[in-house]
Design a protein around this ligand. Structure first.
Ligand SMILES: [Zn+2]
Length: 424
């Protein structure tokens, strides 16, 4: 789906080695005018420009390193008019860190500083990013399989909004009215934008050409039910154009209804099943085993980023505690100590032999659990680390969810580092 050499270098997509048919989430296409004065600036985290009476409203800024290119495209091809307002759809760094570039562009053109409008929870999010910058750097290196020196949070330029709201707000740019609506979904600080006169909807990351990022195992809570509610509310407006936070724009009322409502259905189905089973007194691992997973057949529901199982886990986390239901786990020994006793009892060789057997029978998941005991219980066991590395390389190759692959790649890196130590 990527279409130029430059685009193919987009490091997030290429670092993941995503096959092109799965790459809609990472889509970078040419900018285009989707309706009179409505410009879709595809840019990994996309930017939407609304131009009316020579004035510009931008929805999102993209990530800093792409914003110059976005602005050059806007200025060369569509408008040299003042950007009067920038709306953040949420505070994720890929959507907001270009704000300084936009302010610099305004200064260079002799325009006033644009208003920056966002939900009131964006500022506390930025505060948290500052508090936990290095933790977030580390987590993002795992989640996106980034190089060891990547520091996307420590280096993030966070420009705080100057205009905030709680539930909904209207703003006017160039005489055109825009409705900004808050909903919790991927984040607690989301804004989706509706331009009624042009029937254009900017969803932010409420729609991203992937099974919704409502499960992310690395990050703070997501809100599956509120997300489904928001998608249904958007569908009720009958948009003609849908401009998503990631991936290509969608046009045509019927197709957009399908996109919004099928995504809502997936979230609601997972949410309602988890809630029903919690009310039956079930613990998380049994709930996961009993789920009737909704279809992810639609091109925008492919589990290429998040994973339906992660969504179920996050619904449970929203409503439940962290206790697994296993009394041995409420005040547990360290897993390495448990593994050491088990390996001492059963012997490393039989466990590793069984791991190879289940791997050869095709059960990589179980093979990983077995090797996990040995690499923890006997941290000097070379064979265990080699098997650990090989199993996770194999799983990384077969896995479609970027989030899961991130953890698999980190297992491979840990094994390689440990093997190097053992060689030294
Ligand atoms: Zn995003």
């Amino acid at each position: 789906m990527t279409d130029t050499a430059e685009n193919r270098q987009l490091d997030l997509a290429s670092a993941q080695g995503l096959p092109e048919e799965q790459a809609a989430f990472f889509y970078l296409g040419p900018s285009k005018q989707v309706a009179e004065g409505v410009i879709f600036l595809s840019s990994f985290a996309n930017v939407c420009a609304f131009i009316n009476d020579g004035k510009v409203l931008l929805v999102d800024t993209s990530v800093e390193r792409f914003t110059k290119r976005v602005l050059a495209d806007l200025r060369d091809n569509y408008s040299k008019g003042p950007v009067e307002a920038v709306v953040y759809t949420h505070g994720h760094v890929d959507h907001v860190t270009g704000a300084e570039e936009i302010i610099a562009d305004a200064q260079a053109l002799g325009h006033g500083r644009p208003r920056i409008i966002a939900h009131s929870a964006v500022a506390p999010r930025f505060d948290r990013y500052r508090l936990l910058a290095r933790q977030n750097d580390n987590i993002n290196r795992i989640q996106f399989n980034l190089p060891a020196d990547a520091a996307p949070f420590s280096n993030a330029k966070l420009t705080y909004p100057d205009t905030t709201y709680d539930d909904a707000i209207e703003t006017t740019v160039g005489g055109e009215v825009f409705e900004l609506h808050h909903a919790r979904g991927e984040t607690d600080d989301e804004t989706w934008v509706w331009c009624p006169s042009r029937r254009v909807l900017c969803t932010g990351d409420t729609f991203v050409w992937s099974a919704p990022n409502a499960g992310n195992p690395y990050k703070v809570q997501r809100y599956a039910k509120d997300w489904a509610d928001a998608l249904e509310k958007m569908a009720g407006l009958k948009p003609e154009h849908l401009l998503p936070g990631h991936g290509p724009a969608l046009s045509g009322e019927e197709r957009i209804q399908d996109a919004l409502l099928s995504t809502a259905h997936l979230l609601r189905s997972i949410h309602d099943q988890v809630v029903a089973k919690m009310n039956e007194g079930k613990w998380l691992e049994d709930i996961i085993r009993e789920m009737d997973w909704p279809s992810t057949d639609k091109p925008w529901l492919q589990p290429v980023y998040d994973h339906p199982e992660f969504i179920a886990r996050n619904v449970y986390r929203l409503y439940g505690g962290w206790y697994s239901g296993d009394p041995a786990d409420i005040l547990p020994a360290h897993s390495h100590d448990v593994a050491a006793v088990l390996v001492d009892t059963a012997g490393a060789d039989p466990i590793l032999a069984r791991a190879r057997k289940v791997r050869d029978d095709g059960d990589l998941q179980m093979a990983c659990h077995l090797v996990d005991f040995v690499r923890k219980g006997q941290p000097d066991n070379r064979e265990a680390w080699e098997l650990w590395r090989d199993l996770f390389s194999q799983r990384a190759e077969a896995e479609r969810s970027l989030m899961a692959r991130g953890a698999f790649h980190s297992a491979v890196r840990d094994a390689e580092a440990r093997l190097k130590e053992l060689d030294a």
